[in-house]
Design a protein around this ligand. Sequence first.
Ligand SMILES: N=CN[C@@H](CCC(=O)O)C(=O)O
Ligand SMILES: [Zn+2]
Length: 421
Amino acid sequence: MTKPLWIKNASQLVTLASEQQGPRSKEAMSNLGIIENGSIWIENGLIEAVATTEEIKQRYENRLHEAEIFDANHLLVTPGLVDPHTHVVYGGSREREFEMRLEGATYMEIMNAGGGIHATARMTREASEMELFEQTSRRLNSFLQHGVTTIEGKSGYGMDLETELKQLRVMKKLQKEHQIDLVPTFMGAHAVPPEYRGKEEQFVDLLIEEMLPIIAKEKLAEFNDVFCEKGVYTPEQSERILEAGKKYGLIPKIHADEIEPYRGAELAAKVGAISAEHLLKASDHGIEMMAKAGVIACLLPATALYLREEAAKGRKMIDAGVPVAISTDCNPGSSPTTSMPLVMNLACITMRLTPAEALTAATYNAACAINRQDVAGSLEKGKQADIVVWNVKDYRELQYLFGVNHVKSVWKKGVKVVSNE
Ligand SMILES: N=CN[C@@H](CCC(=O)O)C(=O)O
Ligand SMILES: [Zn+2]
């Protein structure tokens, strides 16, 4: 039994607690459940009570002497941030492509010429499991430094069985050995491997008949994702892959309508995807269908900025009743960042989310997008004590004072993992 932990004197304790279950949309995204001068009592890594400092003091009067006490000193306290979309396991880097894009090449031109995802696939195939483990581990440390305590990670830089398994096994090892919670997604359909150009259907067959059964048998993934995009996988091929994954218990996710409108949002609703990603070019009809089906829009404003594209219509989606989550999309090509605070800021500036909506999108709704809403995303009794103390007093300052890492301390399951004091 570890000592109880008491975090007291938060200027604002942003709990995001709510009676409502499931992803939040419309006005519900603005209810942060703030407790002024708040306090949290933690036992064995789990939240036991959330209330004002005075209430907790009275309730635990007889046990205060045995607790470890952290005085937040009138600073902001929030749940650990959740990043529901990353490609964090990869080899090599692509800084030359960054220059090429500044010189005028587009993301798809680079990819079709054998760069982009293909370049990272080559470097990931060459990297040993140990190298991938170490490189990814460093990135996960950086996520923690930015207040992120749970992330999703995708395979997809192999697109052959061996390398896809290597990426997923690295994630499995990291789940055991790294403090961050890492939720695995299989994304064998991230690009069409060069050897299958013009024979896409054969690759889809291989993915369905050979890769999915092994991944399911070894329990290496919870979600199944597809890059549904013109020149990559068609909506029909994407549907086949996602429906096949469902038979193995893998929940569908879709990279949809990123570069061109391609009925990706519509497909997400049709297959009952938990989330649809990017959506820069999603149609109004697709947005409407997502709202009806309750598909979470996982928006990636750092990627849009990095590719110098117009951001997704986040404001419009929330107003239309789509629950919105946000993410770094951490990857070596279109968004090499681990900063969710930056993403919250961009969500406000480029998609006109309010600071409260951006915080909901980076915590509770993000947890819903990876099925972790029962353990993460809000500060409520029984949930993991994943907590961030920030060097600001008001939650709006997180988005307002941009480009600065305001993290002071981070706890993961009640254990302090970052201390910038
Ligand atoms: N768009 C497809 N996949 C990734 C990018 C991967 C890469 O460029 O390496 C994304 O979500 O942005
Ligand atoms: Zn992605």
